[in-house]
Design a protein around this ligand. Structure first.
Ligand SMILES: [Zn+2]
Length: 646
């Protein structure tokens, strides 16, 4: 009976959600949504022709762009991202972006890429003049007359893109093509002007929502995967095939093509899942499929259902691994290049992370140039929750010296938390380690700390409200803080503001622990005839104890301290953390000396930078624990340098 009840409830919910979302059942090639879900600033009709031998995409575009601001637009700004890989003098390269900046620049011309606009004009109009900025990754188009508020302009343009050997997740490797950031893409016009940064190191992207209709022409042997849904396919007399894709209410379009792809099809509710993977990786593809389905289920329950009808997962071949771990609307790349035993869930964790970006980036579309933490941080938090729920907290940990480390532990780069606040432009972090720790780890630990302070359900409820208010839109940090203030309260918002916009750190240490046997001091006591001599007297099994706690962090928070004695007694107190130190030394005579001291024994302040000195154990030399922690830091840091998620 219960099973049936549940089934009915789920069916009822599904129908209800279908109505709420305006999803059209059985749309097959038709519109995805009865009503636009986003403001649809752009409508792109793109034609891409891949010539694998030249590693070139020739493209034609029709773009309808609407001015949604209150000011007239006198010019248009386009991102020309691929020019970041044109030579070693671009901002991206000079700032040390990508693997080339850190290792060495390739000498062969076929390793480099570029994009050029050939012509641009109003539809049925005269050619427009355009100019590149100094970096070449931004292009300005002069308009013959301003586009007024609410007006739409229709443009046609031709372009050519030379794909680089894969760098920053885009390009080619052998016959594998990952074609991302490949077309001249209009920037975002905001009330304060064009938000159209050149392509910087560490940075990802920012674009408006809209509709994409894209034709992709490739040699017939190639398998294609792309943002959106395949709606038509025709064979050309040239031995090529043209695929037509449609996507609605997305803000980018990426595609992949390779003759070697195998394909696995899967389904979750209304979502067609395609997994493209290299030969021999079928078992891995199945693992990824089940992780993605489970993640779809949990995110639907927590925040709201994934609204699109399609989801494409791409696992690059080993030699194209540089394209792995990156997100685009309705499409993402995964993979480690190696098969792992099923008790190690790194492949699943990567799939869950990149899938999670469909929520934090794809739907809630923050400006990734200016506030990467808004997608990477929220997504790392969600990834941690999903992976822990599905596979247990040790499934992505490796044991070292008896400690279980995790790629999300604060121990990874604690210094970085005091180097830059997370709310920093991507290229203005001190270094890559600071960008990583502050964009991924710190916001994740801040949200997990918030769960311990306010309850997991409450935080989920607040994030659900934020998600529902901001999906298909562009929130800025203040919008996030305001949502948290409304749904969790002023103190919670203040906590997040401090965690995400300052370098204040939480850090406590057990500085001293002392217990001395209670003894009656020798000497004279009393007056006159009452005066008597007292010899030294040890009181057996009575101890006086004192503990000195220090606050090393700049952030004063109240913290719980637990003291346990050798005979099993324990006492707990809360220190307000306001001064630099606190000495606990009650007059009590204890029946045993202290066995261990734990600051924050329940692990409430996950954000704390050095947790290892929070504990003092009578029988363990502290230096050994410090060494363990340091070893872990080095190991995880090395691992993170090799595998950095996009
Ligand atoms: Zn990410």
């Amino acid at each position: 009976m219960k099973v049936w009840t549940l089934a009915v409830v789920r069916w009822g919910l599904g129908v209800g959600l279908g109505i709420v979302l305006g999803a059209i059942p059985g749309h097959a090639g038709g519109p995805w949504f009865a009503e636009p879900r986003s403001d649809r600033i752009v409508h792109y009709e793109l034609q891409a022709h891949l010539r694998p031998a030249d590693r070139t995409v020739t493209g034609r575009a029709r773009l309808a762009w609407r001015n949604a601001t209150r000011q007239p637009a006198t010019k248009l700004c386009f991102h020309m991202y691929m020019n970041a890989f044109k030579n070693g003098d671009t901002l991206f390269m000079r700032e040390g972006g990508g693997p080339w900046g850190r290792v060495r620049l390739p000498k062969e011309p076929e390793a480099w890429g570029w994009v050029e606009l050939q012509r641009i004009r109003l539809v049925n109009g005269a050619d427009l003049s355009f100019s590149y900025d100094a970096d070449g990754t931004v292009l300005w188009v002069a308009l013959p007359r301003p586009v007024g508020p609410g007006e739409t302009i229709r443009l046609e343009y031709e372009f050519e893109t030379r794909l680089p050997r894969i760098v920053a997740r885009t390009g080619y490797a052998g016959s594998f093509f990952m074609v991302a950031q490949w077309f001249p893409k209009v920037g975002v016009l905001e009330e304060r002007g064009w938000n159209c940064h050149p392509f910087h190191a560490n940075s990802e992207f920012y674009a408006d929502f809209g509709v994409y209709d894209v034709e992709i022409r490739v040699p017939r042997a190639f398998v294609v995967g792309a943002t959106g849904e395949e709606v038509a396919r025709r064979d050309e007399p040239t031995g090529e095939t043209t695929y037509r894709y449609h996507a609605e209410d997305v803000h980018d379009f990426a595609w992949t093509a390779s003759p070697l792809f195998r394909e696995l099809r899967d389904r979750w509710r209304h979502v067609q899942i395609r997994i493209l993977y290299p030969p021999g990786h079928e078992a891995g593809a199945r693992r990824i499929g089940s992780a993605v389905r489970a993640a779809l289920e949990l995110t639907a329950e927590w925040y709201g259902p994934y609204p699109y009808p399609v989801l494409t997962v791409v696992e690059p071949p080993l030699y194209g691994l540089a394209a792995a771990g990156m997100e685009y609307p309705t499409l993402f790349t995964v993979g480690l290049g190696i098969q792992l035993p099923t008790w190690l869930r790194f492949p699943e964790a990567i799939a869950v992370h990149e899938f999670g970006h469909q929520y934090w980036y794809g739907l809630v579309a923050n400006n990734e140039f200016e506030a990467a933490w808004m997608d990477e941080g929220l997504n790392s938090y969600m990834e941690a929750k999903i992976v822990n729920r599905l596979y247990g907290s040790r499934s992505t940990r490796l044991p070292v010296l008896g400690l279980w480390g995790w790629h999300h532990d604060g121990a990874m780069a604690p210094e970085a938390f005091s180097t830059d606040p997370p709310n920093t432009y991507a290229w203005q972090f001190a270094n890559r380690a600071s960008y990583n720790a502050n964009s991924y780890n710190k916001p994740m630990l801040a949200l997990l700390t918030l769960e311990r302070l306010y309850g997991s359900d409450e935080v989920t409820r607040a994030l659900r409200a934020y998600f529902r208010a901001w999906q298909f839109r562009h929130p800025y940090p203040e919008d996030f803080f305001r949502a948290m203030q409304v749904h969790l309260g002023e103190a919670a918002a203040e906590f997040l503001r401090k965690a995400l916009t300052t370098t204040d750190t939480i850090d406590f240490r057990v500085a001293e622990v002392k217990c001395v046997p209670v003894r009656r001091s020798p000497g004279f006591y009393g007056y006159g005839t009452q005066r008597r001599w007292q010899a030294l007297e040890e009181v057996t099994n009575r101890w006086k104890c004192g503990v000195l706690i220090r606050r090393l962090g700049t952030w004063a928070v109240p913290v719980e301290v637990q003291i346990r004695f050798r005979d099993g007694q324990a006492t707990t107190f809360v220190w307000d953390g306001k001064r630099q130190w606190f000495r606990w030394a009650p007059d009590t005579e204890w029946t045993a000396p202290i066995e261990r001291v734990d600051i924050d024994p329940r692990g409430q302040w996950l954000l704390e930078t050095h947790r290892v000195d929070n504990g003092w154990v009578r029988s363990t030399p502290r230096q050994l624990q410090g060494l363990k922690n340091r070893l872990w830091g080095w190991l995880l840091y090395g691992l993170a340098a090799v595998v950095t998620l996009g």
